[in-house]
Design a protein around this ligand. Structure first.
Ligand SMILES: [Zn+2]
Length: 270
């Protein structure tokens, strides 16, 4: 195929890769800095990543996320079974393997799409975004599901937020995972002793406020992130680097713009 590049600049490298039966060429182009478009408001938001939903915001908004699982997982099981029944080295086995690989790629694409939409929406709308440190709380029933969220979701979520926020001059605040965001009442600060994962709504015994579990957690993450922003870390000359949290304290994560952009060209299989 032949296609003009979307970006002008010096071509730095090309990486060719294959996912299932599709080929991709990823072209890195060194460009002029992209014009900055700022976030729509200078507001801040707390984000709670969940197991049952993709994310809950401190505003009360819920991103349900894609549900490729129920329908596609059934097909995944069927194709895996079908593959294991084919005799080794046969042409039918190769075909079955390709079908399975295509389905895996499709599920991954659905997740990736949802994640990009979420991070684009957050960075477009909010200047300061507070998130929790990489960790999926609790243990969802489905281990495969837990894996997929842990493997791709959280790490990739943070990576996307950071580079997209940087493009708009925004901030990503990372709140320590040991901060009791679920157990703490966001209204009065009372910390509950226990908060089982099954409890979706609860009422604070101190102030009587009824909370949605995830919204309350997102509000706490926001409050903790903002406290850090106006605290001693913010006034120090060098913000802590992303990903270094040996001090146990929440780290301030300042992200910078990068000069290079990536363009992906898809080769249509013949
Ligand atoms: Zn309370």
């Amino acid at each position: 195929m032949r296609e003009p590049l979307r970006f002008t600049g010096k071509i730095m490298s090309v990486t060719v890769s294959r996912v299932a039966d599709r080929w991709f060429a990823s072209v890195t182009v060194d460009t002029e800095d992209a014009p900055r478009c700022r976030a729509e408001n200078q507001g801040a938001v707390g984000v709670d990543l969940g197991a049952s939903t993709l994310a809950t915001l401190s505003t009360g908004e819920v991103f349900a996320g894609p549900k490729p699982h129920t329908a596609l997982l059934k097909r995944l099981r069927r194709l895996s079974r079908s593959l294991s029944r084919k005799s080794k080295g046969s042409r039918n086995r190769a075909k079955a393997r390709m079908r399975l690989a295509r389905l895996h790629a499709r599920i991954a694409n659905i997740r990736r799409d949802a994640l990009h939409k979420l991070t684009a929406s957050l960075t477009r709308r909010f200047h300061t975004i507070c998130i929790e440190d990489l960790h999926v709380r609790g243990t969802p029933r489905n281990r495969h599901l837990a894996r997929s969220i842990a493997d791709m979701g959280v790490t990739e979520f943070r990576r996307q937020l950071q580079y997209k926020a940087a493009m708009r001059g925004g901030w990503v605040m990372v709140v320590d995972r040991f901060y009791p965001s679920s157990k703490r009442c966001s209204a009065c600060g009372h910390v509950m002793e226990e908060m089982p994962l099954s409890v979706r709504r609860w009422t604070c015994p101190e102030c009587g406020t009824t909370h949605d579990r995830d919204v309350n957690a997102a509000r706490n993450i926001l409050a903790n992130g903002l406290a850090r922003l106006s605290g001693p870390t913010a006034s120090s000359a060098e913000p802590e680097a992303c990903g270094e949290k040996d001090s146990g304290a929440p780290s301030l994560c300042l992200v910078r713009e990068t000069a290079s952009m990536k363009q992906e060209v898809r080769f249509v299989p013949v």
